[in-house]
Design a protein around this ligand. Structure first.
Ligand SMILES: Nc1ncnc2c1ncn2[C@@H]1O[C@H](COP(=O)(O)OP(=O)(O)O)[C@@H](O)[C@H]1O
Ligand SMILES: C=C(OP(=O)(O)O)C(=O)O
Ligand SMILES: [Mn+2]
Length: 540
């Protein structure tokens, strides 16, 4: 049954008792057979699709549930975490008492006791000196498959020496009926204890909680070691030129980093240390809504045996209807990096980044498709993290919602945003990196810029055409944008052209500028923050 002959892990020290059977580090064939077992019921059951990949439904939760996320407030975290209940802005880190943690842990370990369990050991982080050795315990086969796809798979030798330094206990089948008396948000919880180094999951089946959960843990550990921890994708060109693409969900990190002309490092979570940029993950998690084989051939072809589809509609003949959003807009596929042809191997790492691209999906039609940022604007826009939240990835978001998400990933930050800005700035300065803002969103007519045009703009950044292009300055936002580029129509470069008149653009730009200013107030209690205000928009 298990692909590893090693001694089975001891779960009783975690409080999990009477385990009749452990499927330990299952290989892909074992997982495939487990997921398709005909007796499986409900959300546990996989369906074989015509391209060879298994598809599952993740239940009521088809996205993360940020309101159900908690971190134990104790000696480890009390003074250094970015808590949700401080005056300095609002983070997603809701404090949990040690007592409630213990109660939740008991419920989770009770749920997992006496069950046939999947145990998966994997790394988070490509570098031995900063990676986490994570043990995932789940009842559900496809959850083990998800983490096998998304995290870095140890080789046989590494498995033989594997000692977990973080444990994820996933009790997605458990419902917490005591949530009200415990002062929690709902019967679902995603809870972290950084002293015990354990994540508990109850109620939600969404695999993204494990993926982004460990990202939040890396976001805690790495900046303390002066390593930048970044919500970005990354790739490297033939000359060894590394680019990172920051952006909130749906802005294009996965799509735009998957570029046949450049080797992919990773699509979502990276660190930047003295050697360069490295991936935390071993796989990609791509959106599949309206996936078009012509526009995104690499991702389309990655959907094959060993990939795991989520919440897609599978037709009677096994084909997938990628246009069907009836379960969710956030249909997904996870696959190991090896499903993409042009990747960095054997480790997903490369040198220092020369280009830092901030992806924003502006739903207001105000920001230019591409602009070049000064060092101050880089810090300002990194701390602001403006974008529109797209439907699907988070519970309750059904239409694009303008939002400011610090460091383009506030939901995953464990420390105050300025910590990430400081480390990134240091790394960028040392590498002589330049920053650009790329708007992958909508214009004044409500049309989204085409993938083809965004790709052309990204190429112009990466091949330095944009550096040499004649520039003009967009008023209000004071952004430097190119007047002409070879492979895109010039009129597209100035967002004002998509409005009926310049004055209409100006009116709306003023409204958006005010939102930036209101949001930035949270940073103006320090001299550094004060000094950055002038790098932001100035309404008329
Ligand atoms: N101009 C564009 N740039 C990037 N993505 C676009 C564009 N137009 C449409 N899209 C679509 O938007 C989605 C971007 O999502 P994705 O790359 O998964 O974002 P992220 O990885 O940042 O969450 C994809 O479904 C992609 O096909
Ligand atoms: C999986 C996620 O990442 P992204 O949408 O950025 O790819 C997420 O935010 O839950
Ligand atoms: Mn992505």
């Amino acid at each position: 049954m298990s692909s590893s002959n090693r001694k089975l892990p001891d779960l009783s020290s975690l409080g999990i008792q009477h385990t009749p059977c452990i499927i330990y580090n299952p290989d892909y064939t074992t997982l495939f057979n487990e997921e398709l077992r005909p007796e499986l019921q409900g959300f546990e059951r996989g369906i074989l699709t015509s391209n060879g990949a298994v598809a599952v439904d993740t239940g009521i939760f088809t996205g993360r549930s940020p309101k159900d996320k908690y971190i134990v407030r104790d000696e480890t975290t009390r003074d250094n975490l970015w808590w949700s209940d401080t005056a300095q802005g609002s983070s997603g880190n809701q404090p949990l008492s040690v007592d409630t943690w213990q109660a939740l842990k008991r419920c989770v370990t009770d749920q997992l006791s006496g069950k046939r369990l999947f145990v998966t050991d994997a790394f988070c982080g490509a570098n031995a000196n900063s990676r986490l050795s994570v043990r995932f315990v789940t009842e559900v086969a496809w959850q083990a498959h998800f983490v096998k796809n998304m995290f870095i798979q140890p080789d046989e030798e590494e498995l033989a020496q594997f000692t977990p330094d973080f444990v994820v206990l996933n009790a997605s089948k458990y419902t917490n009926l005591h949530w009200q008396s415990q002062g929690l948000n709902s019967e679902n919880f995603v809870a972290f204890n950084l002293t015990e180094r354990i994540q508990l999951i109850g109620g939600t089946w969404y695999g993204g909680e494990m993926k982004k959960g460990l990202f939040a843990v890396m976001n805690y550990l790495l900046p303390l070691k002066n390593i930048a921890s970044m919500h970005c994708s990354a790739n490297v060109g033939k000359q060894g030129d590394v680019a990172v693409f920051f952006g909130l969900s749906g802005t294009g990190k996965t799509t735009l980093s998957t570029d046949p002309a450049r080797q992919l490092i990773g699509d979502d979570e990276h660190g930047w240390d003295d050697e360069g940029v490295f991936n935390f993950e071993g796989g990609c998690y791509a959106k599949t809504i309206n996936l078009c084989p012509q526009a995104e051939p690499e991702i389309y072809q990655a959907i094959r045996r060993d990939a795991l589809l989520e919440n897609v509609v599978v037709l009677a003949d096994g084909r997938i209807d990628f246009a069907d959003a009836s379960k969710t807009e956030n249909t997904r596929v996870s696959y190991p990096l090896s499903h993409i042809e042009n990747i960095v191997t054997p480790l997903s790492k490369a040198g220092h980044a020369r280009k830092v691209i901030f992806l924003t999906a502006d739903a207001f039609g105000i920001l230019p498709p591409v602009s070049r940022l000064t060092p101050e604007q880089t810090q300002y826009h990194f701390l602001s993290g403006f974008t529109a939240k797209l439907a699907g990835t988070e519970r309750g978001i059904v239409r694009p919602l303008p939002t400011f998400s610090a460091c383009f990933g506030a939901a995953f930050l464990t420390l105050h945003p300025t910590r990430y800005a400081e480390v990134l700035l240091k790394r960028m300065q040392a590498a002589g990196a330049e920053a650009y803002l790329v708007n992958t969103g909508w214009n004044g007519q409500g049309q989204r810029i085409s993938l083809k045009n965004t790709r052309a703009l990204i190429n112009a950044i990466l091949n330095d055409e944009l550096r040499q292009a004649p520039m003009q300055v967009l008023p209000v936002f004071n952004l430097q944008m190119p007047l002409r580029l070879k492979n895109v129509e010039s009129s597209l470069l100035d967002p004002r052209n998509s409005w009926a008149s310049e004055s209409e653009w100006r009116t709306q730009a003023g409204i958006l500028a005010q939102k930036f200013i209101d949001n930035f107030v949270q940073y103006t209690d320090t001299a550094t923050g004060q000094a950055l205000v002038h790098a932001g928009p100035v309404p008329d």
